[in-house]
Write a protein that binds this ligand. Structure first.
Ligand code: CA
Length: 231
């Protein structure tokens, strides 16, 4: 099987080298871009399976690079931030990043995230993509044949992870899932490696897109201590 190819967008040379070394050891091919402009250019032309994107970069910051990639490609993007506080900003901006890690990161954690994101992108994780059915819940239609979601006949623009999540919940209508269970089933993470906030933030983005009033949800509910469910 051909090696999966990863783009490292990182201006700190020692970090880029450590990443490159570990990716190589783990059996990946890689390329390195050392500023934002080069990162965007390579991302759009290099046919990568995943992009590791540092936030603070010369010439063009990671936010702009991420948006630029998302306008054209669905390649999984893991944002790498130096500060824990930046995570909320990244998630709040809905840049289309699939995941994030903070520096200093454990290389094992990062490799686990990389593997899970590549698997999910290539549909190896069991989600709606394999079900091939159309689920209707009142005004909401989750079409697992065409991979789209409609409300009142209008298609709703969802990121891949948002679609995977709503599709998974729809296939298990009424059944609550803990955040750990969703990280495992939808994101493909082992409990240990996932960040539960990823689930909360993706749920709130889905609510913002699907619900008439996101603060009084009519589709995606949360049950205290039980988790999230669609009904
Ligand atoms: Ca940097």
């Amino acid at each position: 099987m051909e090696k999966k190819k990863i783009l490292i967008v990182e201006d700190e040379k020692n970090i880029a080298q450590v990443l490159a070394f570990n990716l190589m050891q783990a059996g990946y091919a890689f390329d390195i871009a050392s500023d934002g402009e080069e990162g965007l250019k390579k991302a759009l032309t290099g046919n990568f399976d995943l992009i590791l994107l540092d936030l603070m970069l010369p010439k063009m910051d990671g936010f702009t690079v991420c948006r630029g990639i998302r306008m054209r490609l669905d390649t999984p993007i893991i944002m790498v931030t130096a500060k824990e506080e930046e995570i909320d900003k990244i998630m709040g901006l809905d840049l289309g990043a699939d995941d994030y890690v903070t520096k200093p990161f454990s290389i094992n954690l990062l490799l686990a995230r990389i593997k899970a994101n590549i698997r999910r992108a290539s549909n190896e994780v069991i989600t709606g993509k394999t079900a091939g059915s159309v689920i209707t819940i009142r005004d909401l239609v989750i079409d697992n044949e065409k991979y789209l979601v409609k409300k009142n006949g209008q298609e709703i623009s969802l990121s891949k992870i948002e679609y995977d999540l709503v599709s998974y919940l729809a296939q298990n209508e009424g059944k609550p899932f803990t955040r750990e269970a969703l990280l495992s089933a939808v994101w493909g993470y082992d409990d240990f490696y996932g960040d539960k906030r990823t689930v909360d933030v993706t749920i709130s983005r889905l609510r913002a897109k699907l619900e008439t009033d996101p603060s009084h949800p009519e589709y995606i509910f949360s049950k205290h201590g039980m988790g999230y469910y669609l009904a």
